[in-house]
Design a protein around this ligand. Structure first.
Ligand SMILES: Nc1nc2c(ncn2[C@@H]2O[C@H](COP(=O)(O)OP(=O)(O)OP(=O)(O)O)[C@@H](O)[C@H]2O)c(=O)[nH]1
Ligand SMILES: [Mg+2]
Length: 241
């Protein structure tokens, strides 16, 4: 059977991608803008307290693929215990900073890249640097040139986005998933793009938190019930209620 016939009949591949960055940079707002483009930005949004995930079909030059987007907690107390779960079977990472916060940018090199290297094979992960809140030009603390320096050092592309206006939001997710998909196609010698994450996407497994690859859901934690291995005494709440 030709590759063409295979791709016409097979399900789109599913890849897990992870949003990383300090608390308040706008990770949840970016995912909300992607999945619900017409809803206004929520300024009263709560900090993510564990993991929230959603799936979204995205276009690539090689056809449609499904992204399972893990929106993680930027707050140290939650992120620390959940890092192994965040990275398990992940194929791509969006590193988010806030263009109005130099601290959030510096944190990427000082904190998030180090944790990525500790918990995942960084070379195998597709990465994209995203400077969010580009609508707040008057408050800018991170220049594009500085961001480009980071990209050269760590080998990734860069986009500035606004979860408020919607600027570049779809483009950022589509760009990352295209890099992920192309890596997968290259690894398979250019053949059909079978879903790498799909086999692990149902029923969870050893990494903590079960989830359903076709739906969104949440795994909410609080300090009292987080164990050191990244699991929780709370059961995963995959219905999102
Ligand atoms: N002006 C502006 N505000 C934004 C933008 N994106 C997010 N915000 C605001 O920034 C605040 C934090 O956004 P969140 O999406 O909760 O940030 P987060 O990265 O998910 O934070 P944690 O869940 O704590 O890790 C909220 O008040 C948002 O309304 C943006 O593009 N422009
Ligand atoms: Mg959040």
């Amino acid at each position: 059977m030709s590759n063409r016939a295979t791709s016409a009949t097979s399900k789109p591949p599913l890849y897990k991608i992870v949003m990383l960055g300090d608390s308040g940079v706008g990770k949840t707002s970016l995912v909300a803008r992607l999945t619900n483009p017409n809803a206004p930005l929520n300024h009263d949004i709560s900090a993510t307290m564990g993991i929230e995930f959603d799936t979204q079909m995205l276009d690539t030059p090689h056809g449609k693929v499904k992204a399972q987007i893990w929106d993680t907690a930027g707050q140290e107390r939650f992120a620390r215990v959940l890092l192994p779960t965040y990275f398990r079977k992940a194929k791509g990472v969006i590193l988010v900073y806030d263009v109005t916060s130099a601290k959030s940018f510096e944190s990427l090199a000082e904190r998030w890249m180090a944790q990525l290297n500790d918990h995942a094979n960084s070379d195998e992960l597709a990465k994209l640097l995203v400077g969010n809140k580009c609508d707040l030009e008057d408050g800018r603390e991170v220049s594009r040139e500085r961001a480009m320096g980071f990209c050269e050092e760590f080998g990734m592309e860069h986009l500035e986005t606004s979860a408020k206006s919607g600027a570049n939001v779809l483009r950022a997710f589509e760009r990352l998933i295209t890099i992920v998909h192309e890596k997968n196609l290259a690894a398979r010698g250019g053949g059909g793009g079978a879903g790498v994450a799909a086999s692990g996407a149902r029923g969870g497994g050893g990494g903590g938190g079960s989830y359903d690859g076709d739906k969104g859901g949440t795994l909410k934690l609080d300090e009292g019930n987080v164990r050191g291995d990244g699991t929780s005494e709370n059961s995963a709440n995959a219905c999102g209620c």
